[in-house]
Write a protein that binds this ligand. Sequence first.
Ligand code: ZN
Ligand code: ZN
Length: 369
Amino acid sequence: MDIPKTSKAMVLTEFKKPLELLDIAVPELGPGDMLVKVDLASVCGTDVHLARDELSMHPPTPIIMGHETVGEIFYLPDSVTADITGAPVKVGDRIMWSHLFCGKCYSCKVLHEPVMCERSRGYGFSGAAELRGGYAEYEVVLAGTDFVRIPDEITSEEAVGACCAGRTCVNAFDGLARCGGIRQGDSVVITGVGPVGLFATVLAAQSGAAKIIAVDVSPTRLEFSKKWGATHTVNAADYKDSAEKVKYIRDLCGGRGAEIVIECSGSLAVFAENLDMLAYYGKYLIVGQTSESEIPIVPNKIQRKSAVVIGSHSGDIRHYIKCLKFVQANKDKYPFGEIISKKYKLADANQALEDMRAGIALKAALVND
Ligand SMILES: [Zn+2]
Ligand SMILES: [Zn+2]
């Protein structure tokens, strides 16, 4: 099969400027590199912030964004015959992949935590000429990148959530499990039910939790969270102040607060307020905080409650695989594909970002013509 000379891509040439539709030369493939045709590239909240340079990381522009990609194998080198689980792959198969970890640094070798890799090569954050972002027609998957074949039984829309929000939550729940996890009868409060919060909701729904309380300010998101297993929804905008809202939620949890609070909103004020929702010995799982900004908290609230605070960042291929299995096993129970609320043509990526920022789209996704 002839490798195309160029690929269309929506390029972030400069922060805070609209993306530009450009033809990018397909780089020469090295030994073991694959080329995929982008089937579905969903837009992450991170992209919305990255485009405006609002993240704690500041990669150099120009960038092709998009780290949540389902790609169809277009060119497969002879040296690659199977995905990381050993499942055979061929041209035309759909795959998803993690960032490329070096396998040699302290985090990879000693901690066995590749997400902390000191020399990782990312997808969706690298230089445009490298063609490693989903906002494009084609994408290069570098040799050594962990990838997994998407089972035929799940659609790209059902699968794509596993690329970011899903794998992040599976990793976070593994971290929570190391600290005792969710026990039978626990109350779980989830603040922010965008894509990350939705995956936290559905994973909690399949645990032994008695109550899964979704908190957000968007009636649409709250309504949707019920389809993913929320037993109660709380619109934070309905309360005159924080104290009233916290009391309402603590009362829902039998007056003693929640055994588990999962922060997925990204709001600093919510992050601080959540300490008041926790029950004694509660566990506070933080997944949604990406900014570098500060907020005052009272450390005594953690100490006095003997609370456990757990942070979790991203995920590696283990979490993609587990998330895909979870989606496959539960796809008749929860509408995973509906997380993609609207599809846009690649050239309309700016509109997709705008709609995500405005909260019009729960998750936007880009498709090629
Ligand atoms: Zn993402
Ligand atoms: Zn490494």
